[in-house]
Design a protein around this ligand. Structure first.
Ligand code: SF4
Length: 226
């Protein structure tokens, strides 16, 4: 499964879809780091081309490596169920990881692997252009919240520039291992509907050529906590 065009897609969306499909093909054939030697399939990501929200996890696990899709195992089911709990359809969002190939035995990705794969996520963000990036786990968190432990940072919302915010959350696999973190995961996800509503209002205003409504992040805004 790849990026999809939503119903009512705009004229420029077809070109953008072609560009993201080419990027996905590039990832599927990538040999830039040693994880290419041990993967079954690379997992570029999937979801709505016009998603307001992009979820960024750590890397594919056993099931994802076999199926070539992100977050399809137990932690993915938990993520999907928690989204549904707050009225968010999985098909409305885009889901990917900081490394696109499974580290052996689900070990942490190495700094060299993160570096080698980083450009793909940058290009996905440019193409999907989400207003909200939700980091799942400490490896994606560090890209936008480099300063602390996830136990302190989770739940924080940060302006990351270009009209985007990031929300830091535990990885769903970690949440499933720890009841306290599981509660925190649900509480942090509870912030998302209001953030989405504000982002959609900002997109609608931008489409009408109006100034962004109050509360929509602008480049240069100070950090804030929701
Ligand atoms: S993890 Fe990223 S950089 Fe490494 S082989 Fe896979 S797609 Fe390429």
């Amino acid at each position: 499964m790849q990026a999809m065009l939503p119903p009512g897609a705009l004229p420029g969306d077809e070109l953008r879809l072609q560009r993201i499909r080419r990027l996905e093909d590039e990832i599927l054939a990538c040999q830039r780091c040693p994880l290419a030697q041990t993967r079954t399939r690379a997992v570029p990501g999937e979801g709505n081309l016009n998603a307001v929200v992009m979820f960024v996890g750590e890397g594919p696990g056993f099931d994802e490596d076999r199926q070539g899709r992100p977050f399809v195992g137990r932690s993915g089911q938990f993520l999907t169920a928690t989204l549904a709990q707050f009225g968010i359809e999985r098909r409305a969002v885009y889901i990917t990881n900081v490394v696109k190939c499974r580290p052996p035995q689900n070990r942490d990705p190495l700094p060299t692997e993160l570096e080698a794969c980083s450009g793909y996520l940058t290009r996905q963000i440019e193409l999907i252009n989400p207003r909200i990036i939700v980091t799942l786990g400490r490896f994606s968190m560090r890209r936008w919240f480099p300063e602390g432990a996830i136990t302190q940072i989770h739940g924080r919302v940060r302006n990351i520039g270009r009209g985007r915010i990031a929300l830091a959350m535990f990885h769903p696999a970690a949440a499933l291992r720890n009841p306290t973190w599981q509660s925190a995961f649900v509480q942090d996800m509870a912030k998302l509907p209001a953030l989405i509503e504000r982002a959609e209002r900002a997109n609608a205003a931008a489409a009408r050529g109006e100034a962004l409504p109050a509360g929509a992040p602008h480049p240069g805004d100070a950090d804030y906590v929701a």
